[in-house]
Design a protein around this ligand. Structure first.
Ligand code: ATP
Ligand code: MG
Length: 244
């Protein structure tokens, strides 16, 4: 496995570092073959957004923190890319919220699940946290989905009321909404089906969202009304303003 050699002064340092983390995760068997394609799609949108958290995305993240704090049974649901890129912050957020993390992947194989759960458990030990990690023995199915991607844990996604599920697939996002859940999605593509179908969409890069959310969940936040379409419009008009 090649060493990470980029210089911190490189203008794309952070982006190169994220790519390197994905390479390591791929090497460790944590990712599906399409993970790099999904990341590349994200990078393209991040380029258009200016690789910074917009005011509108920060606002959406603040509402997400309030929703998670207010939930009866919140759950943080991680896929391969989010685990590879933002495991530490997601674990710290879960510790603050006193909620479990469920590893839930679209292309489920026992090997990938094992690699992801091992990695997350190692990070949890290293950080000295007590977060419960779910996912290795699914005992429930998301209604309306077929095959392994319907599998989940009852005491995770199953009985949750608020699901924080970064980089979710559009279909599954829709199925979770149909179960009556409040679904918070992180997606750099404001036009993806996940972004459009979520209850609350944070259009921002997952490592930046992790840092912002961790800051927000540290203190109590009051719930406020919002219109999700405005967060989507906010991202699109931000892109338009940058280039037109
Ligand atoms: P749809 O939601 O339309 O069904 P999809 O979920 O099947 O599409 P994918 O390409 O599989 O599409 O999902 C990857 C999504 O995750 C893309 O929309 C991409 O913009 C987003 N994405 C990838 N990396 C990141 C990241 N680091 N931070 C935030 N979003 C990201
Ligand atoms: Mg999607």
């Amino acid at each position: 496995m090649r060493e990470f050699e980029a210089d911190p002064s490189h203008p794309r340092y952070h982006s190169l570092w994220l790519r390197h983390k994905l390479e390591l995760a791929q090497h460790a068997g944590m990712l599906a073959n399409s993970a790099m394609i999904a990341h590349g799609r994200g990078e393209a949108f991040d380029y258009l957004l200016g690789e910074k958290t917009t005011d509108s995305a920060r606002h959406a993240t603040k509402i997400a923190a309030a929703k998670l704090q207010d939930a009866t049974k919140p759950i943080i649901c991680l896929n391969g890319n989010t685990t590879a890129l933002a495991a530490d912050t997601m674990l710290q957020i879960a510790e603050h919220l006193q909620c479990p993390i469920e590893i839930n992947i679209f292309y489920r194989t026992n090997e990938r699940m094992k690699a992801l759960i091992n990695y997350l458990s190692e990070r949890k030990e290293e950080l000295g946290l007590g977060v419960e990690i779910l996912g290795d023995s699914p005992d429930y199915s998301i209604p309306g989905l077929k095959g392994p991607r319907a599998s989940c844990c009852w005491n995770g996604i199953g009985e949750s009321d608020v699901v924080f599920v970064p980089l979710e697939d559009g279909d599954r996002c829709e199925a979770l909404r149909k179960m009556g859940k409040f679904v918070i999605v992180v997606d750099l593509n404001p036009l993806s089906r996940s972004a459009q179908k979520a209850s609350l969409t944070i259009i921002d890069e997952i490592t930046r969202v992790g840092n912002n959310l961790l800051e927000f969940v540290n203190s109590p936040i009051e719930l406020e009304d919002y219109q999700n379409e405005l967060f989507i419009e906010g991202a699109l008009s931000h892109i338009a303003r940058r280039f037109l």
